[in-house]
Design a protein around this ligand. Sequence first.
Ligand SMILES: Cc1cc2nc3c(=O)[nH]c(=O)nc-3n(C[C@H](O)[C@H](O)[C@H](O)COP(=O)(O)OP(=O)(O)OC[C@H]3O[C@@H](n4cnc5c(N)ncnc54)[C@H](O)[C@@H]3O)c2cc1C
Length: 109
Amino acid sequence: MLACLLARAAQQYTALRIEEGGLCTQRNYSLSSAPGLDHLRITVKRVPASKQGAPAGQVSEYIHDTVAAGHTLQVAVPCGDFFLDDAQLEDDLPLVLLSGGVGITPIGT
Ligand SMILES: Cc1cc2nc3c(=O)[nH]c(=O)nc-3n(C[C@H](O)[C@H](O)[C@H](O)COP(=O)(O)OP(=O)(O)OC[C@H]3O[C@@H](n4cnc5c(N)ncnc54)[C@H](O)[C@@H]3O)c2cc1C
């Protein structure tokens, strides 16, 4: 089962569900692990409170402040339509990928 998940994880995202610390909500995060690894990785940008009074991001703050090695989290099966199809790659041609913000995460995988 895990091998199947890892094989299809590149460029996909997962839904992370938090039901602790007073939260009961979920957010999507792109998987940032390279293909071929034996684990999945996400990269979460902290969303701080703004000077204009907007509150800090609930889930990103929680992850940064509370989640550490050994913590158990609920994640959904990776999914998404954005992926590089090997069949579309031509051997000698360079590949140019452009992205911005957190869009860099799936590009990196
Ligand atoms: C497909 C997909 C992939 C993603 N991949 C990544 C990824 O790889 N890495 C990553 O870091 N993020 C990623 N995201 C974004 C992520 O899902 C979250 O949206 C992000 O972490 C913020 O969630 P949060 O709970 O911390 O913020 P939230 O609590 O949802 O807050 C979001 C914003 O709303 C503002 N806000 C909240 N309440 C108020 C209010 N009452 N008044 C004014 N402003 C308010 C907050 O200040 C904040 O700026 C992805 C999203 C999608 C859809």
